[in-house]
Design a protein around this ligand. Structure first.
Ligand code: TYD
Ligand code: MG
Length: 498
């Protein structure tokens, strides 16, 4: 029997060596060598070559065909039992697809999947493979979660289409506590479940490979073997992946290429809410956001997350409210700024939830176009609720919070601000404004400051929103603060207007 051979392959230039080096001798890159083991080919795992995934006759030679002749079949989806999970998946799990769920340890990945497995098992057959916890541990957790469902009164509803397709059957959830890949594959082949959860891919190991569980070669080989089986028998496979110290989904990019969807589960360990996002999704949109809350009996869905990201009742100086859009979901979020004279040679700028570079840029625009001497002030910025806001539509809100803190003003309550700042101080239009205004109105906001030319006047009036359109950041801030006080250096602004 040939021995498996280990080589180290550089991930940037492809050079191979038999020995590990910290630095690639080919391209000079640091830490780019990754262990790769070629499995011994003794034929022990000779599974048939994958059959066509679309269900064509297995024996038929596969040829190309005109695209018009390719049969289209509607994508079936299995509801995960949680609307928030389904939203991120793009409508539910697709049979035969591979989903990777990543996240920090202890964030709640196992809880989410066990809850979801529980709900799905009401309608389809589910296999839960626990490679990290013993069967007893999983059972204990399952009991704890069962109480939640009992407390809530009824299990989550299946979608109407599915209820027709599969009448509710007795819960078909099977548990396998195993780390050996070969045994897991055997179980998958004999049970042919519709959904399988592997918790986690790093804990599985293939005895044929010499390397340790969790190493790159192991993770890749295990995932590839599971993927082949899943595609062949139309099992929807959910893999749990750990995030490494560097914040990467372990088993680096290889795994991300292999799977159909990459979801990340994140959240502050000190706060109870958890955010589920799609980083990659072959069957739906990315950037969708699902919000959960960790309770003592498992995760509960938060269907109205804006309330989570809103601060206290009373607006305080230095706070502003924006409407961010995560995918198709608008979120009303509070921003807070603290601007105070600096005692350092170069002022401190700290931002949580917004990129520091973005903050630097907004401060520079305010300094230049509103003549505010911000370079002599420290500036701290925070997004309430630990949310990360990446989109530039938050710019105007950041500017308003900074100016409000600088001038010690309070924005009138019930005001939201949306708009991107150009470097010239102009306010740029943003997408999905109507959706954002609807969300703001729904939560009881009465005024909105938006970029000029939105054309949403009548709609805003219908929503009961007082709409202020502005062409520049200065105009927008005057409108937002309802001209409470002279905002900026009068001579400078006069000069600009001329
Ligand atoms: P877990 O799902 O084990 O995390 P992961 O699989 O991502 O490592 O979640 C563990 C945390 O969740 C743990 O700190 C306890 C907490 N938890 C609750 O607060 N309530 C619950 O009902 C459960 C099951 C877990
Ligand atoms: Mg776990």
């Amino acid at each position: 029997m040939p021995r498996p051979t280990t080589t180290y392959v550089c991930q940037s230039c492809g050079a191979r060596t038999r020995q590990f080096f910290g630095r690639c001798s080919g391209c000079g890159g640091w830490n780019t060598l990754v262990e790769q083991t070629t499995a011994a080919s003794d034929g022990r795992r000779r599974r048939p070559v994958a059959e066509p995934a679309d269900g064509a006759e297995p024996g038929r030679a596969r040829r190309s065909e005109p695209i018009a002749a390719v049969g289209e079949r509607p994508l079936q989806r299995l509801a995960s039992g949680y609307a928030e999970f389904d939203r991120v998946l793009g409508g539910g799990l697709v049979p035969g697809s591979l989903v990777l769920l990543g996240g920090d340890p202890g964030i709640g990945k196992s809880t989410l999947l066990l809850q979801s497995a529980r709900a799905m098992a009401e309608r389809v057959s589910v296999l839960y493979v626990s490679a990290e916890e013993s069967a007893q541990q999983v059972k204990l957790r399952w009991r704890r979660l069962a109480q939640q469902v009992a407390d809530a009164g009824e299990p989550p509803h299946p979608s109407a289409a599915e209820a027709e397709a599969a009448p509710p059957a007795a819960a078909d959830l099977r548990l396998l506590a195993e780390t050996d890949l070969e045994l897991v594959l055997q179980e998958l082949e004999s049970l042919r479940p519709q959904v399988a959860v592997i918790d986690s891919i790093q804990a599985l190991h293939d005895a044929e490979l010499g390397s340790a569980p969790g190493s790159v070669a192991q993770v890749r080989e295990c995932a590839a073997a599971l993927a082949r089986i899943a595609k062949r028998q139309h099992t929807a496979l959910v893999l749990v992946g750990h995030v490494t110290k560097e914040g990467m989904l372990a088993g680096p990019k290889v795994l991300e290429h292999l799977v159909d969807a990459v979801l990340t589960f994140e959240g502050d360990r000190f706060a109870s809410h958890r955010l589920l996002r799609a980083v990659k999704n072959r069957f739906g949109a990315t950037h969708e956001l699902g919000v959960f809350e960790m309770r003592d009996r498992g995760l509960a869905e938060v269907s109205n997350p804006s309330e989570l990201f809103l601060g206290g009742e009373e607006p305080s100086s230095g706070s502003a409210t924006i409407v961010a859009c995560e995918g198709t979901r608008p979120l009303v979020v509070e921003l807070q700024a603290l601007v105070s004279p600096t005692s350092y040679a170069s002022p401190r700028r700290t931002a949580t939830g917004i990129g520091t570079n973005r903050l630097h840029q907004i401060l520079a625009v305010l300094e230049k176009h509103m003549a505010l001497p911000l370079s002599r002030f420290d500036c701290y910025l925070a997004v309430a609720g630990g949310l990360e806001v990446e989109e530039p539509a938050a710019d105007l809100g950041v500017a308003a919070a900074v100016v409000a803190s600088f001038r010690d003003l309070t924005l009138p309550s019930g005001t939201v601000l949306v708009g991107e700042l150009g470097l010239g101080g102009q306010l740029r239009p943003v997408g999905q404004l109507e959706l954002r205004l609807q969300e703001a109105a729904r939560l009881g906001f009465r005024r909105a400051v938006v970029p000029r030319g939105s054309g949403l006047g009548p709609i805003a009036a219908g929503l009961g929103l007082e709409l202020h359109e502005a062409g520049t950041v200065a105009e927008a801030l005057v409108a937002a603060l309802a001209e409470k006080a002279p905002l900026f250096n009068e001579e400078k602004s006069g000069r600009q207007e001329r």
